[in-house]
Ligand binder design. Structure first.
Ligand SMILES: Cc1ncc(COP(=O)(O)O)c(C=O)c1O
Length: 300
């Protein structure tokens, strides 16, 4: 199926406070964000008309900007309202939502003190990151690129620049016939996929790496909370490649990926089982609840 280009679609995009026709949502080629990756973004999903964990995403967007040294010129309430408005304006109830903030074109040098901060929010239909492959279980190649040390890159920020490593890794994996890449970190420890966190079932317990140099995803935290509600034993720990053959079930968790079963990482094979199915089912139920109901299920 041919991809409809992202700059040639019908619809509306919220750009710096104004709802503009999709094709007119442009920026200048000398924008600092384009040249020096001074941008941060979010990936959100609306289900049944509500954006799941909207405030948590907005707060992470603001925090990501602060880590890169800039302040997004809107309050969390204004950003939330704009996200809701853009989903409605495009007539969606279920959609992916992409807010992005970046430094403008007022100054083009490594120093960017004079730049203004822009914010755009777009939304489109995107059923799942892995499409039809999701429920079959995805196959992951082990990436040769590594997640960097937190003193090498702003790893706590959902910063556009960090996705350079993701695209390189994903392209290499796709060239080898895989769906995605599984990434190790700079120490050789298990980290995550290129756009989702990873979980491993070992001896019936749920294990996941400590997110100290990659995103502690909102979906990851939601899945941990669901697992604890089921009285599952949850182990957040340093995980090593030696753990890969010990796992029986593996799955990914992220806003775009949702809960996606994994059937292969490098030479290791897995069969999605009861734990993956339970968490996938409960996650799908939770995201369709009203914001008040989601709020009432306090994280544990
Ligand atoms: C690199 C990376 N890790 C993890 C995640 C999962 O984060 P979340 O569950 O907040 O979407 C994402 C997706 O946003 C991501 O891009």
């Amino acid at each position: 199926m041919a991809l409809v280009p992202f700059d040639d679609r019908d619809g509306l995009i919220w750009l710096d406070g104004v709802m503009v026709p999709w094709r007119d949502a442009k920026l200048h080629v000398l924008s600092h964000g384009l040249h020096y990756a001074s941008g941060v973004f979010e990936g959100e999903r609306a289900y049944a008309g509500n954006i799941f964990k909207l405030r948590a995403h907005t707060e992470r967007l603001i925090a990501s900007g602060r880590i890169l040294g800039f302040e997004i010129p809107y309050t969390a309430g204004e950003i939330d309202a704009a996200c809701i408005e853009v989903v409605k304006a495009n007539g969606f109830t279920d959609a992916y939502v992409r807010p992005i903030a970046w430094r403008g074109a007022e100054q083009l040098s490594v120093s960017a003190q004079q730049t203004k901060i822009h914010l755009a929010i777009a939304t489109w239909a995107w059923p799942n990151l892995f499409g039809d492959n999701r429920m079959k279980g995805v196959r992951l190649d082990i990436a040769s690129w590594k997640r960097p040390h937190p003193e090498t890159a702003p790893t706590a920020s959902k910063a556009a620049g960090l996705y350079m490593i993701g695209t390189l890794s994903k392209h290499a994996a796709e060239a080898n016939g895989f769906d995605d890449a599984f990434m190790l970190d700079w120490r050789g420890q298990l980290a995550e996929a290129t756009g989702a966190n990873a979980f491993f079932v070992i001896d019936g317990d749920l294990h996941t790496p400590v997110p100290d140099c990659f995103l502690d995803g909102i979906t990851r935290r939601t899945v941990l909370s669901i697992a604890r509600r089921h009285q599952m034993k949850v182990v957040e720990r340093v995980m090593l490649p030696d753990d890969l053959p010990k796992a029986t079930e593996v799955f990914l968790a992220g806003t775009a990926a949702e809960v996606t079963p994994v059937r292969q990482i490098g030479p290791h094979s897995y069969t999605p089982g009861h734990i993956t199915e339970t968490l996938l089912h409960d996650y799908e139920g939770l995201v369709r609840k009203s914001p008040a109901e989601v709020e009432a299920l306090a994280p544990i």
